[in-house]
Design a binder for this molecule. Structure first.
Ligand code: ADP
Ligand code: MG
Length: 340
């Protein structure tokens, strides 16, 4: 039955980037103000996510790696937002730990709002979880917050391990995930390091423009144009607002990776949104060129279909056409205002 569980885990944790995404979400959920992510070999050898969030007591961290444990009671709210990570509640640590060697070092914040407030805060705990078994729990000296290390991902699922791509490709997936969260959370200092080289670090002190500067650099940041459309500035349809930044048509890349789009705060991909963006630029973009885009859509939950698959970020709308038109119109107005 272990084998079946491991195969199921491999279906959910597809690659290093999926583990990074879950760990990063946990750190944000834990109210972290800084999150440092370091990966080695594209994340296949090591993923380390260190946060200064609430932390966990010993009993909380023991519970956290069990199946179906969650300290979060907002499941219903997530479902109503229409774009929850369905089928993954309370499963991430357990699932990742069943296909890797997982180490958690954690210490509750001294202000005592760590999970399991009955226990004395202050002491740190190190828990080792390998292939689905807790193999060590010991006290440790560590700062407040939580550091999760995932080593040797898929070491016990050789077929899945073999399926992994090159270091460069796996790292590109990790980079895209971390970038998306960094852009959506400019008030959290998020850094990404690959094989000891810092890829980017946001300050956690600024706005979206400053996060773009940290992530993509000065040239791109300078080329960004604000999009700000709501209410009657949008065509009739399900969208309540479209806000963010898009690049001047001369500042492009040949990859869709730089289209960062969000629905109700969650990173998503959507054909309708992408087609709306591309439609607004029209022929101003060269062939196979894509702008830099960071765009936030607000939509009533009932207008969004749930994910096609729990680990994918693809969304569908009840009225894809209306979404495409609204995005097109919002981005086009922004470009027009800049004489483009
Ligand atoms: P979920 O996030 O759906 O609750 P997870 O398996 O991702 O499930 O995490 C299980 C639990 O472990 C969380 O509910 C939370 O209480 C705790 N936890 C995980 N990561 C952290 C972290 N970085 N800081 C504090 N608590 C955490
Ligand atoms: Mg989680």
């Amino acid at each position: 039955e272990d084998t079946v569980a491991r195969i199921a885990a491999g279906e959910v944790v597809e690659r290093p980037a999926s583990a990074v995404k879950e760990l990063l979400e946990n750190s944000l959920d834990a109210d972290a103000s800084r999150i440092d992510i370091a990966v080695e070999d594209g994340g296949t050898e090591l993923i380390r996510v260190a946060d200064d969030g609430r932390g966990m007591t010993e009993s909380a961290v023991r519970a956290a790696v069990r199946q179906h444990t969650t300290s979060k009671i907002d499941g219903l709210e997530d479902l109503e937002s229409g774009v929850a990570t369905l089928g993954f509640r309370g499963e991430a640590l357990h699932t990742i730990g069943s296909v890797s060697r997982l180490t958690v070092e954690t210490r509750p914040r001294a202000d005592g709002d760590g999970t399991g407030r009955d226990e004395a805060a202050g002491a740190g705990t190190k828990l080792v979880y390998e292939g689905g078994e807790v193999t060590a729990v010991e006290p440790t000296g560590c700062p407040e917050g939580t550091t999760v290390e995932v080593a040797d991902l898929f070491y016990n699922t050789p077929a899945r391990r073999k399926f992994l791509n090159t270091t460069a490709t796996e790292f590109a997936h990790v980079n895209r995930v971390v970038t998306r969260y960094a852009l959506a959370n400019p008030d959290v200092a998020i850094s990404l390091t690959h094989d000891d080289r810092e890829v980017f670090a946001t300050t956690g002190q600024g706005d979206l423009q400053e996060a773009i500067l940290s992530v993509y650099g000065r040239e791109v940041a300078k080329a960004m144009i604000p999009v700000e459309a709501d209410g009657d500035e949008l065509p009739v349809g399900p969208l309540e607002s479209v806000t963010g930044l898009v690049s001047h048509p001369e500042t492009t890349r040949s990859s869709r990776d730089y289209l960062a789009t969000y629905v109700n705060g969650r990173a998503v991909t959507s054909d309708a949104i992408r087609e709306g963006i591309m439609g607004a630029y029209g022929t101003q973009l060269g062939s196979d060129r894509y702008p830099f885009v960071v765009l936030f859509l607000e939509v009533p939950g009932e207008a969004v279909d749930v994910n096609v698959h729990p680990r994918k970020r693809e969304v569908r709308f009840d009225d894809d056409d209306a979404v495409r038109r609204a995005v097109d119109s919002a981005v086009e107005s922004a470009l027009l205002e800049h004489g483009l």
